[in-house]
Design a protein around this ligand. Sequence first.
Ligand SMILES: Cc1cc2nc3c(=O)[nH]c(=O)nc-3n(C[C@H](O)[C@H](O)[C@H](O)COP(=O)(O)O)c2cc1C
Length: 183
Amino acid sequence: MRVLVAYSSLSGGTKRLAEGIFTSLPYEEKTLATIQEAPSLEGYDAILVGYWANQGAPGQDVQQFLKTIHGKAVGVFATLAYHPDTNHGWGLVQKGIDLVKEDNAILGSFVCNGALSPAMLKKWRTPGPDGKVAATPENEIRWKVSALHPTPVDIAMAAERFRERLSILEAHQAQGLTFKSIL
Ligand SMILES: Cc1cc2nc3c(=O)[nH]c(=O)nc-3n(C[C@H](O)[C@H](O)[C@H](O)COP(=O)(O)O)c2cc1C
């Protein structure tokens, strides 16, 4: 089983998640790379793609990368500052899956909170031209919690998700069965 874990991370949260998933994969033939530095996809059985929410969607670079994946087993994982168990969080994952589902077999997905970068916090705490700040007391409460993520539990859950799904893919391959998208 040859697995590529490719990710995009601006402030390091998604990178930590990618590293945790990668470390836990029980395969010798595995590669961890940023999306920009990802090797040719030829020869990989599975591609796990990680990204952060950029206005509710994967960034343009991630979208372009996802569109280059054909005939593979693909998993996606994502981090976002807002609550992951919402339409915003599920939509973030779905937007990634939608870009690969026609042409690939979907292994599964994982989404969790990720800390807002210091630059974003500074921006939201600075009044706009209308004098309003995004940093309401309610948002500050939420950001304090998301600042802790991805936690070791998030990372362990993501790692388990993809380890299990890859083991299912492997068993299909071993028995000559066609692995069908988990959607
Ligand atoms: C330009 C920009 C846009 C963002 N848009 C969203 C968003 O739409 N929803 C959200 O929940 N978080 C948003 N965030 C927050 C990040 O997605 C979140 O903090 C993520 O965990 C950062 O991951 P990273 O540490 O790997 O860069 C945005 C951050 C930036 C810098």
